[in-house]
Design a protein around this ligand. Structure first.
Ligand SMILES: *[C@@H]1O[C@H](CO)[C@@H](O)[C@H](O)[C@H]1NC(C)=O
Ligand SMILES: *[C@@H]1O[C@H](CO)[C@@H](O)[C@H](O)[C@H]1NC(C)=O
Length: 600
């Protein structure tokens, strides 16, 4: 209370460049069915059946996408007591390692899923009957059909694996041995020959952590189809620091291996480095290299992948980088990395490149007459074995990250992207999971000066106990975000426009494309890029400038008056100005802002 004033007060709602975080709890729907389980890592959406399949320790769940607590279907799939005893006798931890941690759930056919678990250090797979239609409420193990999980699922639940089931063939990036030293990209199950990467060849894979496998077609020709693997691995001498590098690797789906050599091994495997860095003031680049997750863009043109990357080497922080497929293909079409011998540097290979160009798929656009990689000349196969790495690295679009968080006390662990049509165009909304149990909803807007403006629309606490988010999936159909962690599964709406307030201006200032598009409280559409309520909402004073709103309130000298100014949008900052009677000058009143609602 500033008691010396009896003159009008003005409350200005100003658009703020640095958004204020809005934290909400109690908006997420937790899976509350009591299970003695942990590590809810695998989320597999089935929008046709309106179900989500979840894999955790010893359990496979089928949950209703509308409400995950409504009649969950539960399969308990622990290991036999004898297996558990053997596991413990081999020196492993009873609960931490000797459980059956589900690590793979793939749709097998119209009625069955293929599911694998670590099986107490003895990976196992089986079929789950989910019925033809969801109304049947079928969800059960197919008795008597247990396969070995070797090459599909790791022994050690601490090691991440990735998988893709394509045309009845299972492709997996996985450590295939008990010791966890033999990392491989493996193909099993189908009619084609089983295939793998060259064993214990650190040029191919060097202590990798697999992040994702993603089929990305190269052209209209099916024979060119490639499966891309995203992983991080230990750096070879090439480039020295940093210790860990983010990688994109790929194989042709129709690879049959070599004839002379690389028999039953990929003869089209290539990889390249993904760079995500920002130049510092001192000219030293800050690299973000601990690739934890990625999401493909929903905009097919230009096709891009979003990747979020924390850096553990220098300080805590993360970045989101976007890579276009065109840039990625250009690197794979560029020079191969070459090393003459142990004491030489890595250079771009300048010698003769054999035909067909190493990494090309058989029967594709450039090799119509070669039906199989077994028809490739020996020199192509030999070249492949020694040159699996591209010399050039892939840089993000515009050569810089889309989002950067430096020196914050959290990291991004997961990313997923949704596309929203607002009044002024189409927006990609990023959902970024953190290691402290929250999800940030972020949009990045182009500005007129070629720079970009990042807006954090909200940050939601999805798990009451701070815990790293391990998995996120979006259902555009249901407009829900599903989130998994060690503690459980939960879901929340992609938008909650009512938290921004009732008024049109509140909605506009929030600049949330979901709400600007269809806000139930907003009578008209607002643009997201400028979020200008002056233009779009009548009835407000606006004599300061186009980005501010003002409200006049009066206090009387010598008395205390309750003055209140409320702004629900996280992008609003409040300023109080004091203007005395008979004066045109106004003075800003300094204050400590406690929240988005200030009272005097
Ligand atoms: C939960 O499982 C662990 C082993 O997986 C067991 O030791 C514990 O007794 C179980 N708790 C309950 C309540 O069943
Ligand atoms: C799906 O696969 C399972 C397991 O191989 C099999 O038992 C079942 O008959 C198949 N269902 C259909 C519809 O093909």
């Amino acid at each position: 209370p500033l008691r010396d004033s009896h003159r009008p007060w003005k409350c200005l709602l100003a658009l703020c460049k640095l958004p204020v975080m809005l934290r909400s709890t109690g908006t997420a729907h937790h899976f509350t069915f009591l299970l003695n389980s942990t590590d809810y890592r695998i989320l597999r959406m089935d929008e046709d059946h309106d179900r989500m399949y979840v894999g955790s320790k010893d359990y496979i769940l089928s949950l209703d996408l509308h409400d995950i607590n409504k009649e969950p279907l539960i399969i308990h799939w622990p290991v036999a007591p004898q297996r558990k005893t053997e596991c413990v006798l081999s020196g492993k931890d009873t609960n931490g390692e000797c459980g059956n941690f589900i690590r793979l759930i793939e749709p097998w056919n119209r009625t069955h899923l293929y599911v694998c678990g670590t099986g107490a250090y003895n990976p196992i797979c089986t079929y789950v009957d989910r019925g033809r239609r969801s109304q049947e409420y079928t969800f059960r193990l197919d008795p008597g059909k247990v396969d070995s999980g070797k090459g599909k699922c790791p022994y050690d639940p601490k090691l991440n694996s990735v998988s893709a089931l394509i045309n009845g063939e299972l492709y997996a990036g996985v450590y295939i041995d008990f010791m966890g030293t033999d990392a491989s990209i493996f193909r099993t199950l189908g009619k084609q020959t089983a295939m793998r990467t060259d064993q214990y060849n650190s040029k191919w894979l060097n202590d990798p952590t697999f992040i994702k496998a993603q089929l990305i077609p190269d052209s209209a020709e099916k024979n060119d189809d490639k499966l891309y693997f995203f992983f991080r691995e230990k750096a070879s001498e090439m480039g020295q620091s940093p210790m860990t590098q983010s990688r994109i690797g790929r194989i042709c789906l129709n690879d049959d291996g070599g004839h002379c050599c690389l028999v039953n091994k990929w003869s089209t495997f290539l990889k390249a480095r993904l760079i995500c860095s920002v130049p510092g003031a001192d000219g030293i680049e800050t690299h973000f290299d601990e690739l934890p997750d990625l999401s493909e863009s929903l905009l097919k043109q230009p096709f891009a992948v979003f990747i979020c990357v924390p850096s553990r080497s220098v300080f805590k922080g993360s970045a989101v980088c976007v890579y276009s497929m065109a840039d990625i293909r250009q690197v794979f079409n560029g020079p191969y990395a070459h090393k003459e011998g142990p004491n030489y540097q890595w250079v771009a290979y300048t010698g003769k490149i054999p035909y067909p160009r190493p990494g090309t798929c058989p029967g594709g656009t450039f090799t119509p007459n070669m039906k199989s990689t077994k028809d490739y000349p020996d020199e192509v196969i030999n070249f492949m074995r020694n040159h699996p790495t591209m010399y050039n690295a892939v840089y993000p679009m515009h050569k810089r990250p889309l989002v950067v968080r430096n020196n914050v006390d959290y990291e991004f662990t997961t990313i997923t992207v949704d596309q929203v049509a607002a009044a002024d165009g189409s927006y990609e909304v990023l959902f970024l999971g953190t290691d402290r149990g929250t999800v940030q909803k972020v949009i990045v807007l182009p500005r007129d000066d070629m720079q970009t403006e990042e807006l954090v629309l909200e940050e939601v606490e999805v798990f009451k106990v701070p815990t790293p988010i391990t998995t996120m999936k979006i259902s555009s159909k249901r407009q829900q975000l599903y989130v998994g962690s060690v503690l459980g599964v939960t879901h929340l709406a992609l938008h909650r426009c009512d938290v921004y307030g009732e008024a049109c201006a509140d909605c506009c200032l929030a600049r949330d494309p979901y709400c600007a598009w269809d806000g139930k409280s907003s009578p008209r559409k607002c643009d997201v890029k400028y979020g200008n309520p002056i233009r779009q909402c009548r009835g407000y004073n606006s004599n300061v400038n186009k980005n501010t709103l003002e409200m006049v309130q009066y206090g009387v000298e010598g008395s205390s008056t309750f003055l209140e100014c409320q702004a629900r949008s996280p992008h609003v900052s409040l300023k109080w100005h004091l203007q005395k009677e008979n004066s045109d000058r106004r003075k800003e009143v300094s204050q400590e802002r406690s929240s988005s609602a200030d009272t005097y």
